[in-house]
Design a protein around this ligand. Structure first.
Ligand code: PMP
Length: 383
């Protein structure tokens, strides 16, 4: 059976989360905003319990957490939701990086058409953007700095702590896309200053289609982000529409589990990475790792097998494992990874690079066997 090694695209749901969600689907079908009966109250309690779990893992306030359909929506709300404040204040400059998720990049590009000025900062060859460079670009009219915590393709950790520290006393909002770090780099996020944060439940063993936007308060006031859809007043109008109670419940349960287990989970992932690196070293194959391993998460590896087309490798090793060569959002048509391109990696090496990602639920022996097989296939394909 093929081993799943694409956790950064979507991690399998945790059985405990699924069990909990099934109970909610069966028993708590009320609308959390119905105030006229116990069914609504029961659904509301489940939603507020989940809100507490999200806020607890971040060390944020419960009233700072807003449920959305996931990080794409959260990122869109952050950028587009600041538009009216930008017009009032005359602050129309945004700083982001060239390796953000498309939900930030594409939204920022559309905002350029509306007169916003956007700096897309490139990372170094190590996959990390420079905090100093970002801070040096901040001006009086800088509305927002939006930087991801961990890159989804390379696993490289970005210097959000330094950026947050430098921006803390400035009149510029700081948004972190924490989709790949939430529930994993728990201590780091608790220790970082930011105004807004995005996450998706399905990266941490929760269900697909739900996530959160966190709006941190400063002097009792949250950032002036407005909802970008119109309808009901759910989630204070930040995200109108019926709250999907079972999905939100699943998100809360995944947070609870992550909060209890993140230390062990990181260790398990680290051990798997060591085994994969050992296999690579012992195989004698010509390879390089994309992204600086001294500042990377333990569950991701972006490997270039010199002389081996990633498309051919993925096809030929499909029976052993499911890996990728870029983020799922860009995979309908092949084009070289924009993340690796922005890092300055030559095109022929990008075409030879694959991303493997795993999680705490991965079986280390299964992963090692699958990876051994993948390397053997790569050896045969090498020219
Ligand atoms: N940001 C990052 C860094 C991601 O990795 C992803 C998912 N690949 C997203 C945002 C979007 O998440 P979703 O598709 O769940 O909205």
């Amino acid at each position: 059976m093929s081993v799943y090694l694409d956790f950064n695209s979507s991690a399998p749901i945790d059985e405990r989360v699924l069990e909990y969600m099934i109970g909610v689907y069966r028993n708590s079908y009320g609308n959390a905003d119905s105030r006229t009966h116990d069914f609504g109250d029961s659904a509301r309690r489940i939603v507020e319990d989940a809100r507490g779990r999200v806020s607890s893992i971040l060390g944020a306030g419960k009233d700072e957490v807003f449920f959305t359909s996931g990080a794409t929506e959260s990122n869109n709300i952050v950028l587009q939701g600041l538009k009216s404040y930008a017009l009032e204040s005359g602050k129309k400059h945004i700083i982001t990086s060239a390796i953000e998720h498309k939900s930030v990049l594409e939204t920022a590009k559309v905002m350029q058409l509306d007169g916003f000025e956007v700096d897309f900062v490139k990372p170094g060859l190590n996959g990390q953007v420079s905090a100093e460079e970002i801070i040096s670009l901040v001006r009086d009219d800088t509305l927002l700095v939006s930087i991801m915590h961990v890159n989804n393709e390379t696993g490289v950790i970005q210097p959000v702590k330094e950026i947050g520290q430098s921006l803390a006393d400035l009149n510029t909002f700081f948004h972190i896309d924490a989709t790949q770090s939430f529930g994993k780099l728990v201590d780091e996020l608790r220790d970082t200053k930011y105004d807004m944060l995005s996450m998706s439940a399905h990266k941490i063993g929760g269900p697909q289609g739900v996530g959160a936007l966190v709006l941190r308060k400063k002097q009792y006031k949250r950032p002036p982000v407005k909802g970008i859809m119109f309808g009901g007043q759910q989630e204070h109008g930040i995200r109108p529409g019926t709250i999907p109670v079972p999905l939100v419940a699943g998100l809360g349960k995944a947070c609870q589990i992550a909060e209890e287990e993140y230390h062990d989970n990181q260790e398990k992932c680290e051990k798997i990475k060591c085994r994969i690196l050992d296999i690579l070293d012992e195989s004698g194959i010509d390879y390089e790792i994309n992204g600086d391993q001294t500042c990377s998460v333990p569950g991701t590896l972006n490997v270039c097998f010199n002389g081996v087309s990633s498309e051919a490798l993925m096809l030929a090793s499909r029976q052993y494992c499911g890996v990728s060569n870029g983020s799922a959002c860009n995979s309908s048509s092949y084009s070289p990874s924009f993340v690796l391109t922005a890092m300055g990696i030559p095109i022929e090496k990008i075409e030879n690079s694959i991303r493997i990602s795993w999680g705490s639920s991965s079986d280390p022996n299964e992963v090692a066997d699958a990876f051994e097989n993948l390397v053997q296939v790569a050896k045969k394909l090498a020219f």
